[in-house]
Design a binder for this molecule. Structure first.
Ligand SMILES: NC(=O)c1ccc[n+]([C@@H]2O[C@H](COP(=O)([O-])OP(=O)(O)OC[C@H]3O[C@@H](n4cnc5c(N)ncnc54)[C@H](O)[C@@H]3O)[C@@H](O)[C@H]2O)c1
Ligand SMILES: [Zn+2]
Length: 378
């Protein structure tokens, strides 16, 4: 778990307490979208007040591949910074986490892909998520695309767990609805997948259930209303909890089948998961009835008179309603992907064994083909 987590109104001010007298030079990782949304002004002011010199690294690509990430590592090393601050979504945080374990120059990102356990934390990190979200601020994962595999691959190493986290809903005020919706459903997928994973356990279940409740209660308001700061903060906390669930459980077939859609076709991570969440969970229903019923009890409230099967159906229906209302693209054809791509997708998706092994119901090539076909035309 991260060393210290601050949340709520004014949480950004904690930057001073975290850094003052402790660090000399910070590298602030971010991207153009976050910069243009005007979100760097306050963190930069506070770092300045704390007497910490700051170098801003802004030109991070969205959902980077391993070679793009490597270029950022080189730039970061030249700064000589002794502290890393990441202000952004999962793309920014994942690159910053890699920088924290490659700062001494002894490792490349490609070496980490081969043997993720090699890296050791050299520079401490503060994560300030601006989407809610990937939960990367709570996990030991960094996800990069690998061009020749046409897949996204997770580098998993506990040394990447952040040292400090700030969850401040004010940063999400102007997050475009489209991005808020897709990233919010990504967090929903994390919670539901972790709760129904073969790796689920009492520790991860605590976080997954709390995350699911907060998400079902807040996602619509957080996406629709720029002024709904409390709902946005609740979504940030939920995404963080769902990230904590990932670290001790793991995502399942939704994320597995989603990886080639990001790796080859560059469909945003949240969008590809939102497309696959319902088809995969309907497929999983027979193997996850008890878990779905328990989640229904958690997010909707206990209704003792109905069967587990009815609870599962109602939970899935509620998820479908939310995803439809948020108007997230629901078909691969929207992204120009047709049936000619099917076999390649099936083979690449079935290669993500790290996550498929977590899925309670075994998935065959034929099942994966049916699932991709189901989302081909929405
Ligand atoms: N490490 C993990 O545990 C983990 C978990 C899930 C996903 N991921 C990875 O995270 C990446 C996706 O991250 P993401 O979904 O957060 O999106 P993202 O970081 O790619 O950001 C999406 C867009 O939103 C913009 N943006 C972000 N915050 C904003 C704000 N507050 N206001 C305005 N614009 C804003 C960004 O500039 C960017 O253009 C993927 O690479 C995915 O694989 C990592
Ligand atoms: Zn995800």
């Amino acid at each position: 778990m991260p060393g210290a987590v601050y949340s709520g109104r004014g949480a950004l001010r904690k930057i001073r307490e975290i850094t003052e007298g402790r660090f000399k030079k910070a590298a602030l990782f971010t991207d153009r979208g976050v910069e243009q949304a005007g979100l760097l002004k306050i963190p930069l002011e506070i770092l300045n007040e704390a007497g910490v010199e700051t170098v801003v690294i802004t030109d991070l690509p969205a959902e980077p591949n391993c070679d793009e990430a490597e270029q950022v590592m080189e730039r970061f090393r030249r700064t000589g910074a002794d502290f890393i601050v990441a202000a952004g979504g999962g793309s920014v945080m994942d690159v910053a986490k890699l920088a924290s374990i490659t700062a001494d120059g002894s490792l490349t990102v490609r070496q980490l892909l081969e043997d993720p356990g090699l890296g050791r934390k050299c520079v401490p990190t503060l994560m300030i998520p601006t989407t809610a979200g990937t939960g990367s601020e709570a996990t030991m994962n960094s996800i990069v695309a690998v061009p020749e595999k046409q897949l996204k691959v997770g580098i998993v190493n506990p040394e990447m767990i952040p040292d400090y986290v700030i969850l401040d809903g004010s940063l999400l005020k102007n997050l475009p609805r489209k991005i808020a919706a897709a990233t919010g459903v990504d967090a929903m997928a994390h919670a539901v997948e972790c709760f129904t994973s073969n790796k689920a356990n009492p520790f991860s279940n605590l976080f997954a259930k709390e995350a699911a409740k907060l998400i079902f209660d807040n996602i619509e308001a957080a996406c629709e209303d720029p002024e709904a700061e409390e709902a946005k903060t609740n979504m940030l906390i939920a995404a963080f909890y769902a990230g904590a669930a990932i670290s001790s459980s793991g995502t399942t077939a939704v994320h597995a089948l989603s990886y080639p859609l990001g790796g080859k076709y560059h469909i945003p991570h949240g969008v590809s998961n939102a497309m696959l969440l319902l088809p995969v969970m309907r497929f999983n229903k027979s193997a996850c009835l008890k878990e779905f019923a328990e989640l229904y009890d958690t997010v909707v409230g206990k209704e003792l008179q109905i069967t587990d099967e009815e609870k599962a159906d109602r939970l899935l229906k509620r998820m479908e309603e939310i995803i439809r209302r948020l108007e997230i693209p629901s078909s691969l054809s929207t992204f120009g992907i047709g049936t000619d791509a099917l076999e390649e997708l099936v083979n690449a998706g079935m290669d993500v064994k790290r996550l498929l092994n977590n899925n309670k119901r075994e998935i065959t090539h034929e099942d994966a083909r049916r699932l991709y076909l189901e989302v081909m035309h929405g």
